[in-house]
Design a protein around this ligand. Structure first.
Ligand code: ADP
Ligand code: MG
Length: 607
């Protein structure tokens, strides 16, 4: 018979800590949430060595009396949720009463707290879940929690932590998220003894966005005006279309003040922006959702990052309407609440948007199926007639396009330097129409550019002589800490490819020159694209620096994105392509050229 026993409390807390405390940033999250729940106006966060050595949070919230303080360290002790009914309507960040005991069970922990009316406070020391001391302490009203040597007593967990720099990047991100979510609270963040940021309380969210996201954001924000449906409301801002990124990392969503990651919201954002952005781009967004707590379950994820909406359809409709009108306002009038940048550019925002919608129409096929199928329902909204829909291609559509790469040709003409094709024209700004000796071929411009860039960059990197051109004015770019981390890890790669990127302090990098093969018109956008590519590949892996070849592939992919195909460039592009070792596939394995043989055409025309 199994010997079933109740776990000792300290062990139970360590087990719970496995869920709640994944890494230093999760400690930050729990403690900041507690401080916000306590009604703080000012919050100091301090971290040392990625938060592994120390995390210290000081608030000026309600504090706790001695008895409450002792109780708060017991498992399932909470002041926030005492009835089962409360679980249906959670209005505070915390509610499980697990965070403090869990954190205290895997660290050297100190809590100091004082309620305003009391002359002195209480200090409690816990080590690895063992209560060491409770004593009276002189401290200001509010609460300070110190967490030292995280996982010192659980080597297996400690081993799973990444480098200090990576953990620090996660901590930075977490503090930023909360600071963005709660502009009404002053946040002071010190990192390894230096102030990383100190953002004053404000009732204008744009000020907070600008304080944290770099000044460049402020002028270009598009307001999402507050819209209310029964039980829910949304308001916020979108970034400018040209700041859109390949990843969703510029999208911040706060649900009742809590940073969340949610598919319903992401999809609605993508859908609402459809047509105003290339399909592989995601707008920057800061959205505050308010929702009747009865309509959402926040108790589905241990760290509450994911939530479950009871009426996802309504939420989607709300978002589509609110975001959609923000997007279209800008398109039709060219003057949103902050129109400086829109009217400043000669093309005007409206025309850029129209151009892009047809230019990038074909990218649809690269999307995940779920998004793409949702998309098909509403496709005609933009650039309708210029689109060839997948459904129009018939059931054999997509596979027909891909199946046409001819392996014999790859072998016979690769590297020969003589293109076996002649450029006939350009299709929708994306494809060159080519005539070959045995039929017709379509060449995807972006893919071709990617291959050419890749081989050039690899050669440059191998030769070790970087061919670069300095920027007229070195560019300073403020990066989010995770992005900065990726850049720093690849500084050598950047350099050997001819792209000088150097840390410039306070989350900023300086870009001084670019490889001569890359377009220099929008260096900032280019760098951000490269970072997105790098982050994409680094996710989930512990690799520090990419190999030169992988790096070159990322750089080429980012660099190839610029511009439409024009007939003039066709001949030169084709020539350069056929000077490459592998003119038929991109470094990532996508086809560059798809052929339709004469016999294929004859069959189709039933000749
Ligand atoms: P939860 O937040 O889920 O209630 P925690 O373990 O995080 O659980 O905290 C336990 C209790 O300790 C909270 O319910 C709250 O009453 C008290 N508490 C924690 N942190 C603070 C703080 N910074 N200020 C005041 N009270 C706090
Ligand atoms: Mg809590």
């Amino acid at each position: 018979m199994p010997d079933v026993r109740v776990m000792p409390d300290a062990l139970a807390s360590q087990v719970a800590a496995g869920e709640v405390v994944e890494r230093p940033s999760s400690v930050v999250k729990e403690l900041v949430e507690n401080s916000l729940d306590a009604g703080s106006n000012e919050l100091r966060v301090e971290s040392q060595r990625g938060g592994i050595a120390l995390i210290k949070i000081t608030d000026d919230g309600c504090g706790m009396g001695r008895d409450d303080a002792v109780l708060s360290l017991e498992r399932h002790a909470t002041s926030k949720l005492l009835e089962k009914e409360d679980l249906n309507a959670i209005t505070t960040f915390g509610f499980r009463g697990e965070a403090l005991p869990s954190i205290a069970s895997v660290s050297r922990f100190r809590l100091m707290t004082r309620i305003k009316d009391s002359v002195s406070g209480t200090a409690i020391m816990v080590e690895g879940g063992q209560l060491k001391d409770v004593c009276e302490a002189g401290c200001p009203p509010g609460t300070t929690v110190e967490v030292r040597d995280l996982f010192y007593n659980i080597p297996a967990r400690r081993k799973f932590l990444r480098s200090e720099a990576t953990e620090a990047a996660h901590v930075d991100h977490q503090v930023r998220l909360h600071a963005l979510a709660s502009p009404g609270t002053r946040f002071i963040y010190r990192k390894d003894g230096k102030v990383a940021f100190d953002v004053p309380a404000t009732d204008d969210r744009r000020v907070r966005i600008a304080d944290l996201g770099g000044r460049q954001n402020l002028a270009n924000l598009r307001e999402v005006q507050r819209l209310e449906y029964p039980g829910m409301a949304v308001s916020g801002y979108l970034g400018s279309p040209d700041a859109a990124r390949k990843s969703r990392r510029g999208q911040y969503v706060f649900l009742n003040g809590r940073p969340v990651e949610d598919q319903v919201v992401w999809r609605a954002l993508a859908e609402a922006c459809r047509g105003s952005l290339p399909t592989d781009r995601h707008t920057a967004a800061w959205l505050w959702l308010e929702m009747d707590p009865l309509l959402v379950d926040v108790n589905v994820h241990p760290s509450k990052r994911e939530v479950r909406f009871h009426q996802p359809g309504d939420l989607r409709a709300l978002l589509l309407e609110a975001i959609g009108s923000s997007v279209s306002r800008k398109v039709s009038s060219g003057s949103g609440p902050d129109s400086r940048s829109g009217t400043g550019s000669s093309a005007g925002t409206g025309s850029i948007i129209e151009k892009e919608s047809s230019e990038f129409a074909y990218n649809r096929r690269e999307e995940p199926e779920s998004v793409a199928s949702e998309r098909n329902e509403q496709l005609p909204a933009v650039g309708g007639e210029s689109l060839v829909r997948e459904s129009d291609l018939g059931p054999t559509g997509p596979s027909f396009w891909k199946a046409e790469v001819q392996p014999e040709l790859v072998a016979s003409s690769s590297g020969s330097g003589d293109p076996p094709f002649r450029v006939m024209g350009v299709l929708h700004g994306s494809y060159f129409i080519l005539e070959g000796s045995d039929g017709l071929a379509l060449l995807e411009g972006e893919a071709a550019r990617e291959r050419i860039l890749y081989e050039t960059i690899v050669t440059v990197m191998e030769k070790g002589a970087s061919e670069s051109q300095g920027l007229l004015v070195p560019l300073l770019i403020e990066l989010e800490s995770r992005d900065l981390d990726v850049v720093l890890r690849n500084v050598d790669n950047f350099r050997s490819a001819g792209m000088e990127v150097e840390p410039f302090g306070a989350g900023t990098v300086q870009l001084r020159c670019l490889p001569s093969v890359l377009d220099k018109e929008e260096p900032r956008a280019l760098l951000l694209d490269v970072i997105d590519e790098l982050v994409h590949s680094a996710e989930g892996k512990s690799s520090r620096e990419l190999t030169a070849e992988k790096f070159a592939a990322k750089l080429a992919r980012a660099g190839a994105k610029r511009g439409r195909c024009s007939e003039n460039e066709g001949k030169a592009l084709l020539k350069q392509l056929f000077e490459c070792d592998q003119p038929y596939v991109t470094p990532g394995g996508r086809p560059i050229l798809v052929e339709f043989s004469l016999s294929e055409l004859e069959r189709k025309f039933a000749r």
